[in-house]
Design a protein around this ligand. Structure first.
Ligand code: AHR
Length: 330
């Protein structure tokens, strides 16, 4: 069966051609670019009932993203938000999505912890005629037109940016890749992008599940297994911060004996960059709750929206200042 894979590459392509889709969701449309139907209590200016399934609270990035979502999907802004934290468990997310169907929300938004395993619940949401807004991560499903719109970062490009810095500055690096949650879009696409540039330099890999504790444990094991590794590419800041602890425990200097390249750019990560323990950080900006709120309003009203919205990212090296870090809002 052909799967409806929605990779970051496809996202970029979709954004390039500015593909528009009808915002409202539901069955019945013959146009593959639309998921028509929709409706709900939002019509006529009423409060929009939103069910948001956040995948967890595993990282500084996730905490900042949750704060941004909650700060924008407020009563004052016209939303009635039900927010559920799935604690990095897909079964918890599926239960929350089913609860949202039962509650008859106007719009379901969720950040899928991994890409696969959503077919049944996405079909049920579609049958219930509730529009879906994907946030941050993506899905790989057999369901046709499973969501109205997606907003998030270009994970593949983030991996490429990290790889290009390594290639230019440490072309002979022996790299250990500290991966995020296996099977998540953030893991598969960052890996794909990074390895497209410096794949031959990767001598080992393990998952730290995007958490500081598991990043530390994975680095401890890697230091024993790959004694000649001299650069870590961590798929997020938190795992890189865990790696610092593991490296320092062996008497080596993070940022010097073992270089560290990460993704996210949250305050703790940028502090490590100023402290010269990280060497390069590719941003993944979590503060897009305002853009999400605008999208959901349009979706609830049945207006046209872009199929994808890519959040703009930067990248930072050790030249950033303490003042810059202090002024960081996440
Ligand atoms: O999906 C985004 C990633 O998830 C962030 O880079 C990471 O910190 C988080 O856990």
């Amino acid at each position: 069966m052909r799967r409806n894979t929605f990779t970051r590459t496809m996202v970029a392509a979709a954004a390039t051609i500015s593909m528009l889709t009808l915002a409202a969701c539901g069955g019945g449309s013959d146009d593959p670019a639309t998921t028509g139907g929709g409706g709900g209590s939002s019509q006529g200016g009423d409060t929009i009932k939103v069910g948001f399934s956040q995948l967890g609270a595993e990282s500084g990035w996730r905490t900042a993203n949750t704060e941004s979502v909650k700060a924008n999907l407020t009563k004052e802004n016209g939303f009635d938000l039900t927010f559920v934290d799935a604690q990095q468990k897909q079964e918890n997310q599926i239960k929350a999505l089913r609860d949202f169907i039962d509650q008859g929300v106007d719009v379901i938004a969720f950040s899928p912890v991994i890409e696969t395993g959503w077919d049944e619940v996405l079909q049920d949401i579609k049958d219930a005629d509730i529009p879906v807004v994907l946030v941050d991560r993506t899905v790989d499903t057999t369901v046709a037109d499973p969501f109205v719109t997606w907003i998030g970062a270009d994970f593949t490009k983030e991996g490429v940016t990290a790889g290009e810095w390594v290639k230019e500055n440490h072309p002979d690096a022996k790299i250990f890749e500290l991966q995020g949650t296996m099977g998540s879009g953030a893991q598969t696409n960052r890996q794909e992008g990074f390895r497209s540039v410096v794949g031959d330099n990767v001598i080992g890999e393990a998952s730290g599940n995007f958490t500081r504790a598991e990043g530390k444990a994975a680095t401890e094991a890697a230091l024993a297994a790959y004694p000649d590794m001299d650069l870590i590419f961590a798929h997020n800041d938190d795992m890189g911060l865990g790696a610092i602890e593991a490296i320092e425990a062996t008497g080596k200097k993070p940022g010097v004996d073992i270089k560290i390249v990460t993704v996210d750019g949250v305050k703790d990560g940028l502090q490590a960059l100023v402290d010269k323990k990280f060497n390069y950080v590719v941003e993944c900006n979590p503060a897009f709750g305002d853009q999400l709120a605008e999208l959901i309003k349009k979706v609830a009203a049945g207006e046209q929206v872009e199929k994808s919205t890519i959040v703009v990212d930067e990248a930072f090296d050790q030249t950033i200042t303490q003042e810059f870090v202090d002024s960081r809002t996440f």
